[in-house]
Design a protein around this ligand. Structure first.
Ligand code: NCD
Ligand code: ZN
Length: 347
């Protein structure tokens, strides 16, 4: 068995860093990644190039000295997004992509798209300029069961949208179902899919069996075991279309531990140890570098990171705190439910 592997420095193609005291607390935990797509669902959301530039400055200021993280900013697509602003922000190097949230789909998505016809000019301009659209793929129709919302979104929204704007580059964010995996495979190199750390580890039992566990509640919600197996198979397949987007989404414990608690798992601190564990279980440690360090960069047209990291398997488990402090609040780390033995080091 391998007891040490060296990888190109990984990238995180889906990350929530928040703002203010929470940003200061969580950003250092992503400082070992290379590039990260920074999600724009602040309150209020990041909707203009000028706002993205200002947010980027705040992210950089929150990173420790010597941090590797190169934040790749995104704009939050709304019914009122100006195509010219998107193209100008991209041309100026301020943004890497645009994020589509169906209105009401998830945390802070109230400003999301309500009418896909209204955003068509933006999508056309993005297709022309080669700007990827990162899609939160869930319908918000209350009549659709929450466990079916990804599959229904693909049929009702994503596939029609891609047919109408065929040159648009699309990332299916945080796929959670075998249907999502299959649809990602139906595309060409214009279609990618991120897979989170936590969806490789938990199925829906983790949230609901033996008591309700708010720290495992995220969106899209974890599905049944067969879907988790489909995600593991996809992530470890070596296919270039699948890459890491942790969707690390920190929330104050005071906001999660409520009668109506918010969605999100905070995985930034222990993601690489968890992924090494998962890939080892799948007999695919040699494919971790593709998933975490190569495929996403290639999709976004960027070179792989030059620096390397090393993961070393030790007898002693990795020590990590149960919570971190964020201002006056605490944030609970994602707990995979078993010890982690793969220790992360700079190579
Ligand atoms: C994310 C958040 O908290 O911002 N929550 C989550 O459960 N993943 C929003 C999102 O990406 O859906
Ligand atoms: Zn997210």
């Amino acid at each position: 068995m391998n007891d040490s592997i060296t990888l190109r420095r990984p990238d995180d193609w889906h990350l929530h860093l928040r703002d203010g005291a929470m940003l200061a607390a969580v950003a250092p935990h992503s400082a070992g990644f290379g590039r990260a797509i920074i999600m724009p669902n602040l309150v209020p959301p990041v909707v203009t190039g000028a706002q993205a530039a200002a947010y980027r400055d705040r992210v950089l200021a929150a990173l420790p000295e010597g941090s590797a993280l190169d934040p790749q900013m995104t704009l939050y697509l709304t019914d009122g997004t100006d195509p010219a602003d998107v193209v100008a922000a991209h041309r100026a190097g301020i943004i890497r992509a645009v994020k589509l949230y169906p209105a009401g789909a998830t945390t802070n998505s109230a400003s999301g798209v309500t009418d896909f016809d209204r955003v068509r000019p933006v999508l056309e301009a993005m297709a022309d300029a080669g700007i990827p659209l990162c899609v939160h793929g869930e319908v918000t129709d209350p009549d659709v069961d929450i466990f079916d919302r990804e599959a229904v979104f693909i049929d009702r929204v994503l596939d029609p949208l891609r047919r109408r704007t065929p040159r648009l580059r699309v990332v299916m964010e945080h796929v959670t179902t075998s249907e999502g995996v299959a649809y990602a495979r139906s595309g060409g190199d214009d279609l990618g899919a991120t897979i989170t750390t936590h969806h490789l580890v938990i199925n829906r039992n983790a949230i609901l069996a033996g008591g309700i566990r708010p720290h495992y509640y995220c969106l899209p919600v974890a599905k049944r075991e067969s879907h988790r197996q489909a995600l593991r198979e996809a992530a470890t397949s070596g296919e270039a279309r699948f890459f890491l987007g942790t969707d690390s989404a920190p929330h104050a414990d005071s906001a999660k531990l409520q009668p109506c608690g918010c969605a999100g798992c905070f995985t930034a601190p222990n993601t690489m140890s968890i992924l090494a564990h998962v890939f080892e279980e799948q007999g695919a440690l040699d494919r971790l570098e593709g998933f975490a360090s190569l495929n996403g960069a290639a999709f976004y047209g960027l070179p792989p990171n030059e620096a390397r990291i090393r993961l070393i398997r030790r007898d002693q488990p990795v020590q990590y705190p149960r919570t971190i402090a964020a201002g006056d609040e605490t944030v609970t780390l994602f707990e995979p439910g078993h010890p982690l033995y793969w220790h992360l080091e700079d190579a």
